[in-house]
Design a binder for this molecule. Sequence first.
Ligand code: MRU
Length: 353
Amino acid sequence: MSNAFATIRWEDDADGHLVVLDQTRLPGETVYLECRTVEDVWQAIKRLSVRGAPAIGVAAAYGVCVGVNEGRDVNEVCDYLATSRPTAVNLFWALERMRRVAEGSPTTGTVLPARPQPPILEVLLAEARAIDAEDRESCRAMARFGADLLDDLPVGAGILTHCNAGALVSGSGGGTALGVIFELARRGKRPRVFVDETRPLLQGARLTMWELMQRGVEAMLICDSVAAQVMREGRVQAVVTGADRIAANGDTANKIGTYGVAIVARAHQIPFYVAAPATTFDLSISSGADIPIEQRAAEEITHGFGKPTAPAGAAVYNPAFDVTPAELIAAIITDRGVVRPVNADTIRATVAL
Ligand code: MRU
């Protein structure tokens, strides 16, 4: 089933601009933001109008085209976009790819090409489109591998998820963790999804519920603090989440609260799965201790969606992500196959192609 909305799209040819679905306005309003400057793209990523690891990478790739359209230098644009959010490694991966393709382009290279080459804007746009298309394909592959892995679950099994890892986290694909759930639904497994609301920005309540309801998948919204209770009640047979960065040993950064869910799942002997493309792995870092964790504004807690929700001047700690240790993860579903058990060797064998 294709998406009823476009998360990210490029408008017109090489001299066009980027359009993103403003996820901060969902589910109430479907508003598209036109990004005509690199600053627009940076802001869209920073304020979570476009969010979720793969989507951030795709948006940043198109963002480089926006910057070059403005007449800015590719490296300068990449450096700037890289400061938007620190945790999802897909951002840095995509920017690196854009840098490399620019370096190979006749406009910036030192060696004269033998044949006339397309202008750099066209080269960059082609690369951004390739990243977008590869992401769509990788969602399909993850959905297949994941649904095969979870094939033993009984019809109507309960699956808990945290944050949003659906079509909204992909340029034009079906998503990571939710992609697996959509595929299970397509195969007639009738999953019942427990959706953590995901404080403080409610990606679960606002976005995951919206996606599941649009697709007619049975879903129940719960406060984050209810996850342990539904597990104890025996209503959850598996947990599946996405990831923002996975270290070489399998330690996985994902939305704040994921670590707690993984511990509670282990306490109830419920398998905890992560779904993430190869582009979310960072094999340059050996463990999760090296994953940079984004700290976000206190107002997200003290003024939930604009309304005062804490006394004025309250001290706040607001990390956007936490790290789930590899030993709590039963398997990682990637676009290149399933990593199980999760350790440095199995990861290298699966994703370091
Ligand atoms: O802060 P967000 O909304 O960008 O966080 C997103 C998540 O944590 C997702 O679970 C993650 O990106 C996985 S989706 C591929």
